[in-house]
Design a protein around this ligand. Structure first.
Ligand SMILES: [Zn+2]
Length: 278
């Protein structure tokens, strides 16, 4: 059950309510950080813990789910993933109440919870994706051209996306969803990766998706790349740009894989950055 799965911090920003929902965690091999140096590699060997955070934003008239976790799609490899289990029949009313879903990007740990057995679990919702992201992952040629070790991941994404097709709202660049919720492109990790910006009057919150994946490595050294970054250089550029913004304006933020379910604040340190849960 959603309510008892984990502690779910709730924040209010003017008329917006943000609930942080943990989908469990994933143990990621240290070998997934190709340019980390020896001392950094040691910190993530043999594996490092990724949180798996998702968010619900309520605006008064709308309930916007931002990412949906893994569902059952990654259970074999990551047994502690998919804790939210949106398939649960007791959650039917809550699923039906979701008016919009924002997909930060289409990796299975973000969209696996949207579909089960070839059917959408949120059939009434508009699902907001960047056009670039949708076009990239649903291209049949991508699967054909992929190296063998990437084919299962791409096939999984395509099978999860198929039942959602009729609900997809494609955005090209920034998108204002109304009620203080905006989507901002933050490419690199994937071609159409996007983040959510919440605002009401003076207050702001940023929900970063996978702009930063490893809290152990990438705050202290934002140059560390990740094996699943589609364009590692662009991912680094995006991360640095957003870290600058977060510190300059002291904006509370959350990110999918950091090991803190609630909001944090970023601070500059002698080397790189550090994050402090609020
Ligand atoms: Zn992810």
């Amino acid at each position: 059950m959603l309510e008892t799965a984990t502690h779910s911090p709730v924040y209010r920003l003017g008329g917006l309510t943000l609930t942080c929902l943990s989908d469990g965690h994933l143990l990621i091999p240290g070998t997934y950080f190709p340019n980390a140096d020896a001392s950094e590699k040691e910190k993530v060997t043999p594996h490092t813990r990724f949180g798996a955070n998702t968010w619900l934003v309520e605006t008064g008239t709308r309930k916007i789910l931002i990412d949906a976790g893994s569902g059952t799609s990654l259970k074999d490899r990551f047994p502690a993933s998919g804790a939210l289990d949106w398939r649960d029949s007791r959650l039917a009313a809550r699923r039906d109440g979701i008016t919009d879903v924002v997909v930060t990007h289409m990796h299975a740990d973000h969209i696996g919870g949207l579909a089960s057995q070839n059917r959408s679990l949120f059939p009434k919702a508009r699902i907001h994706v960047q056009e670039k992201e949708w076009a990239f992952w649903t291209d049949e040629a991508l699967l054909a051209a992929a190296p063998d070790d990437r084919k299962p991941m791409i096939a999984l994404i395509q099978s999860l996306a198929r039942p959602l097709t009729d609900q997809i709202v494609r955005h090209s660049g920034e998108a204002d969803l109304g009620g203080g919720v905006r989507l901002l492109p933050a490419p690199g990790h994937t071609p159409g990766h996007q983040i959510a910006h919440l605002s009401d009057g003076d207050g702001e919150i940023l929900l970063l998706g996978d702009v930063v994946v490893s809290d152990t490595l990438q705050f202290s050294n934002p140059d560390v790349t990740y094996a699943l970054d589609r364009d590692p250089e662009q991912a680094v550029e995006t991360r640095k740009r957003l870290f600058e913004w977060l510190t300059a304006d002291e904006i509370p933020f959350a990110a999918t894989h950091i090991n803190a379910t609630g909001l944090c604040r970023l601070e500059k340190r002698a080397a790189g950055y550090g994050f402090n849960p609020l």
